[in-house]
Structures are given as structure tokens and as C-alpha cells.
Write a protein that binds this ligand. Structure first.
Ligand code: ATP
Ligand code: MG
Length: 360
């Protein structure tokens, strides 16, 4: 209910009430239906919603109200589907279906059809009210954001990580975003794209923090001291350590990435293992088994695709070697890393990290 209220905060509508197994949002004459539909379909936890008319508590009123609703539709076949949550109502579901069905059949001349009719009128007899509606509008389902704990999402401005973030938010998890940038070696586009992505994703959780991490010093250090083929793995290990420190600060209990098995040369199982060993936090990779095409379709559907394909320079693409290691050997990674002096750089980088808050 809190999330629905936030999603509609600037939209004129009446009271939001909790009924059994339902919520009811009263509309006023000023309520913009299209905006409300659009907003409700972004709220995780809502499986579907309907624009309903309330009928008085007797069968004559139900008949009349259903007929008034049916007249707005163009139909040659129909059926009535009654759900009686309130068993004290004098007629049972079947009796209501037959009674109202006959009324509509007589007035419209349309036939009753059980399979795939042009129109379905739903009659819901709830203890407090009787609702009648003709359309179930699908919403994303999942769990309300905030019903689970917090996680830190590593957000590049690529296609994958925004989709990964969306999927984890859909399971009720609130996200804090972390983005690593290589300014001044890259232009500001990747940062701006990332901010646009966070702004868009914030409509599902209403307020988000984005941590912008200056990654150049760490990259320079690794680049000048480690063999080229191991650089990506070492960058990633440093990223995870920083993300973990931020997670601790914001009381987050997992990290989220857009990694996908086999998508790029560095995303092999042994590399994932070599990267994730630096943190005790679970790493959620909701896209690990998806095909690129599936990820792109999802990105289009949730609106992040257009932003992700804007030109940008990734912090990793600037310093990426031609032939990255694809089967990282754990011992070797540890050995190379132990010759570096990353700990003070990580502390310094965390101190230079900036936080930006986004509100829906
Ligand atoms: P994406 O499409 O999300 O950029 P990708 O296919 O380019 O992913 P990689 O570059 O290997 O794959 O990155 C894997 C994951 O590491 C990303 O999905 C993201 O979670 C994280 N990541 C990579 N670069 C950054 C960055 N600059 N800032 C924050 N997270 C990053
Ligand atoms: Mg990327």
C-alpha cells in the first residue's frame, strides 16, 4: 500500500483501502485513468488490477450494473464469472452467473460462450463490497519492493545490469547502485547514462542512492603491475571489495551483477569463481542463464534498452587487454594480486566516492 501511494503521489485519486485479498483505490472525477494504469503496472507485488464499478448488495443492482458495463463493449458472445468471497450473500456463484447471464442475453441478443468469449464480466462478491469489471490488467507480480532486505547492484551503463537490477527488485529487494567510472579517461557519457538508468529504475522503488566510484587509480595500478591477461579479473576483484564496503555501510546483504555465463570471454565459470572469492556476500546473477536476445527483449520492455545503447566508454573497455584470461587459476590470481598494493588505494577510492540520491 505504501508503494502504491508513492507511485501515485502526484495523481489525484481517493482513498486506498485494504480488503480481503485485494486493495481498493477509490477514483474521483479528476482521476486520470491512463496515468493510473501506467503507474500501477510498474508496482511490484501487484499481479493484476481492474477498473471496477461498485454495485449495491442485491441481485437487481448487480444485473443493472453489469448490463451498464457490458454496454460499453462491442460483443457477440460473453460469459459471467462470479467469485463469491462472502458466503452470506443469498445466491451462490452459479445462480448469479445464470441470473445475470440471462439478463444480458435478453437485452443484447449476444450468446453465452464459455471458451474465449468477446466479453467477460467479472462479478466479485466481497464482504465489504460488490465489484463488477470487464478487464484484468496484468501487472508485473513479484513481491513489493522493501518486503525483502537490501542488496547492492553493480550497474554499468550496458544492457545487462539494469535488467538484472529490475529482476531482483521484482523479488522485493531494495537496491543501492554502484557505478565505477574512469574519468577523466572516459567522457561523462557513461556516468550520465548510468544516472538516466537509475532514474528510470527508481520508479519501481521510489528512492535510490547511486555511488559513483572513481576507478582510475586502481586501474592504473593494476595495469602497470599485473600481466595483461589477468587485468580484468583483478579489476573485478577490486570492484567487488569496494561494493562490499558500500554494502556494509548501507546494511545490504548481497551483491547483484548482470553477468551471464559465456557471454563475453571473461565470463567463464573459473573466472567467476576467481572474482567472487574476495567477498563473503552472495552474488546474485539473475541473468546467468539467459540468452542475449532474451535480455534485450526484457530491456526493451522495461525501457532501459534505449539508454543502454547510447554511446559510452566503459571503464573496463578503456583498459581492457586484447586477450583476457578465460580460465583464471586461483593460485595465480592470488599470487599476482599479493604483489600489488591495493588496500590503501581501495580505502582512498572509497573516500573519493560520491553519492547521488534519486527520488521518484
Ligand atoms: P553489462 O551489459 O551489464 O555492462 P557486460 O555484458 O558488459 O554487462 P561485463 O562487462 O563483463 O559484462 O560486466 C559484468 C557485470 O559487472 C555487469 O553486468 C555489472 O554488473 C558489473 N560491471 C561491469 N562494469 C561495471 C561498471 N563500470 N560499474 C559497475 N558495475 C560494472
Ligand atoms: Mg558492460
Amino acid at each position: 500500500m505504501t508503494n502504491i501511494t508513492r507511485a501515485l503521489k502526484d495523481v489525484p485519486c481517493g482513498k486506498l483501502e485494504r480488503l480481503s485479498g485485494r486493495m481498493m483505490l477509490a477514483l474521483t472525477s479528476e482521476s486520470p485513468i491512463d496515468v493510473i494504469r501506467e503507474r500501477l503496472s510498474t508496482v511490484f507485488g501487484i499481479a493484476n488490477f481492474s477498473e471496477a464499478v461498485v454495485a449495491k448488495r442485491n441481485i437487481e443492482a448487480i444485473r443493472e450494473t453489469t448490463w451498464a458495463l457490458a454496454q460499453k463493449a462491442d460483443f457477440e458472445s460473453f460469459k459471467i464469472v462470479t467469485k463469491r468471497g462472502d458466503k452470506t450473500f443469498p445466491l451462490n456463484s452459479d445462480q448469479i452467473n445464470r441470473d445475470v447471464g440471462k439478463h444480458i442475453q435478453t437485452l443484447s441478443g449476444a450468446r453465452v460462450l464459455m471458451d474465449n468469449p468477446d466479453l467477460i464480466c467479472f462479478i466479485e462478491i466481497a464482504p465489504q463490497r460488490i465489484f463488477i469489471y470487464a478487464e484484468k490488467i496484468p501487472a508485473p507480480g513479484g513481491l513489493p519492493v522493501g518486503s525483502n532486505e537490501r542488496a547492492v547492484s553493480l550497474l554499468s551503463s550496458g544492457i545487462d545490469s539494469p535488467v538484472a537490477s529490475y529482476k531482483i527488485m521484482k523479488r522485493g529487494v531494495k537496491l543501492t547502485y554502484v557505478h565505477f567510472h574512469s574519468q577523466p579517461y572516459t567522457n561523462r557519457n557513461s556516468q550520465r547514462n548510468t544516472e538516466d538508468l537509475v532514474r528510470l529504475l527508481t520508479r519501481h522503488q521510489y528512492v535510490s542512492d547511486l555511488y559513483l566510484v572513481p576507478f582510475v587509480e586502481i586501474q592504473r595500478h593494476i595495469m602497470t603491475r599485473a600481466p595483461a591477461s589477468y587485468r580484468v579479473i583483478l579489476y573485478r576483484r577490486a570492484m567487488l571489495r569496494i561494493a562490499e564496503a558500500i554494502a556494509q555501510k548501507v546494511d545490504a546483504h548481497a551483491l547483484v551483477t548482470g553477468e551471464n555465463v559465456g557471454q563475453v570471454a571473461s565470463q567463464t565459470l573459473s573466472n567467476m569463481r576467481a572474482i567472487e572469492e574476495v567477498t563473503p556476500l552472495p552474488i546474485l546473477r539473475p541473468l546467468s542463464g539467459d540468452n542475449k536476445e532474451e535480455i534485450i527483449n526484457e530491456a526493451r520492455r522495461i525501457g532501459t534498452y534505449q539508454i543502454s545503447i547510447e554511446p559510452y566508454e566503459d571503464c573496463c573497455s578503456v583498459f581492457v587487454p586484447k586477450h583476457p584470461e578465460t580460465r583464471a587459476n586461483l593460485e595465480k590470481v592470488r599470487e599476482i594480486e599479493s604483489a600489488l598494493d591495493l588496500a590503501p588505494l581501495i580505502i582512498q577510492t572509497l573516500e573519493q566516492t560520491k553519492r547521488k540520491t534519486f527520488k521518484f
